[in-house]
Write a protein that binds this ligand. Structure first.
Ligand code: MRU
Length: 336
């Protein structure tokens, strides 16, 4: 049984500290919204949907403390720039604040609860749509982490893989280790292991050989933002995978909850790509990997152009290209 990624205990936001996994299951009890912003920027909580829900609870903490909500929302919004779920949840919290002057912490708490419950409902729907795409006896390749702990619910792409196993459709899951933060090795492999799903971790660069050998029937990934034209921002390395999948005629599916779809961003070039500390590359657990002075460039995400994506899997159903009009027609903000 997996621990919850986050929960509200009536006074504090209790967060699973993902930085300690898979070796330790420990929780942070956060009393202040600044602690929530720090937990997001330091990746104690990660995964686009999970950081959106955590940020909503951060606003509740600010309201309960009588702090300046505009400042709290601005700091929380800046805690990570790429995943749009953060801004999506904060915009909803701000709308609620504006609708209930002076600030009503109980209305904000009700909305944070709703955002969390919605994520549980929609991830289950998304997973059901995703599993329906898969052939029997399939071998799936996955990048980064998109499981239950990356959301408030059952996860997205990794949730599809788990459900495929539970429904007897999965032969094997291949997991990119996902340099430099190793979300695939540390988080996804742990989640699948806890649920008895057969999986093997590979270094990111091995995915080409694997596909060339015919060992992959479909690639499944999550996303941090889908632009209006269907371009997708996701963990760095996703673009490379999509190119290799296309070269081998392998379907490339992106699991994209409505909270990750951003119709105000015209295309992938307009998405801000977070650049993190080069030390994430040049060191491992505090030990240097490179000679001192070696430079490193550490973009946390990349852009996969829409033309390489076979389909977007959402809670509303499976969307195939051309994406622009279909994305515009989605009932975003009116969850099923
Ligand atoms: O930097 P991270 O670990 O927050 O990056 C996570 C990803 O890129 C996930 O693929 C994405 O957020 C989808 S989570 C359902």
């Amino acid at each position: 049984m997996l621990p919850p990624s986050l929960r509200w205990n009536g006074e504090q936001l209790v967060l699973l500290d993902q930085r300690l996994l898979p070796h330790e299951i420990a929780f942070l009890s956060l009393r202040h919204w600044r602690d929530v912003a720090e937990a997001i920027s330091t990746m104690a909580v990660r995964g686009a949907p999970a950081i959106g829900v955590a940020a909503a609870w951060g606003v509740v903490l600010a309201a309960r403390a009588g702090d300046d909500l505009e400042e709290a929302i601005a700091v929380l919004r800046a805690s990570r720039p790429t995943a749009v779920n953060l801004g999506w949840a904060l915009d909803r919290m701000r709308g609620c604040e504006a609708a209930h002057p002076p600030v009503d912490p109980f209305a904000l708490q009700d909305l944070a609860e709703e955002i969390e419950a919605e994520d549980r409902r929609l991830t289950q729907r998304l997973v059901d749509h995703g599993v329906a795409l898969l052939p029997s006896d399939c071998r799936l390749l996955h990048h980064c982490h998109t499981g239950a702990i990356a959301t408030a619910g059952v996860g997205t792409a990794l949730g599809v893989i788990t459900a495929a196993h539970q429904r007897g459709l999965l032969r094997h899951a291949w997991l990119d280790e996902t340099r430099p933060r190793l979300q695939g090795a540390a988080l996804s492999a742990w989640e699948l292991g806890c649920q008895g799903v057969p999986c093997t971790v590979i270094v990111d660069g091995a995915s080409g050989l694997l596909m060339r050998r015919g060992e992959v029937d479909a690639v499944l990934v999550g996303c941090d933002r889908v632009a209006a034209n269907g371009d997708v921002a996701n963990k760095v390395g996703t673009y490379n995978l999509a190119l290799v999948a296309r070269a081998h005629g392998i379907p490339f599916y992106v699991c994209a909850p409505g909270s990750s779809i951003d119709l105000t961003t015209v295309d992938g070039d307009a998405i801000t790509i977070e650049e993190r500390d080069p030390q994430e590359i040049t060191t491992l657990r505090g030990q240097p990997l490179t000679a001192s002075g070696v430079k490193a460039w550490n973009p946390a995400f990349d852009i996969t152009p829409a033309h390489l994506i076979t389909a977007l899997v959402t809670e509303f159903g499976v969307i195939r290209p051309p994406y622009r009009d279909l994305l515009c027609d989605l009932p975003l903000g009116r969850q099923p």
